[in-house]
Design a protein around this ligand. Structure first.
Ligand SMILES: [Zn+2]
Length: 99
């Protein structure tokens, strides 16, 4: 690994660092190049917990959803590993995450 994440960053600092070091930009998508979970989505390890990368980035950069049970979902053109917060939408139902 060429870059190690500095310790003790806030969630926002972590998100910004990750955007710079763990993401490849492609046609507006921010493709996650870090760890991938079993569902094919990015994983972010932060403050002792593992988070869905897309959800973590969205909350860190755009704020929490109106309802914390909401899922972070992609528009259809996005691959699963896209973590661009402007591509992430909050949805109530849980079965709309197929991309
Ligand atoms: Zn995207």
């Amino acid at each position: 690994m060429p870059h190690r994440r500095p310790p003790r960053l806030t969630a926002v600092e972590t998100a910004l660092w990750l955007l710079e070091h763990r993401v490849e930009f492609d046609q507006g998508c921010a493709l996650w190049t870090g760890a991938i979970g079993s569902q094919g989505y990015g994983n972010i390890y932060y403050d002792g917990k593992t988070y869905n990368a897309q959800r973590f980035m969205k909350i860190a950069l755009h704020g929490a959803p109106p309802d914390l049970t909401m899922k972070a979902t992609h528009p259809l053109f996005c691959p699963r590993i896209c973590v661009a917060p402007e591509h992430t939408e909050w949805k109530k139902e849980s079965r709309c995450n197929q991309s």
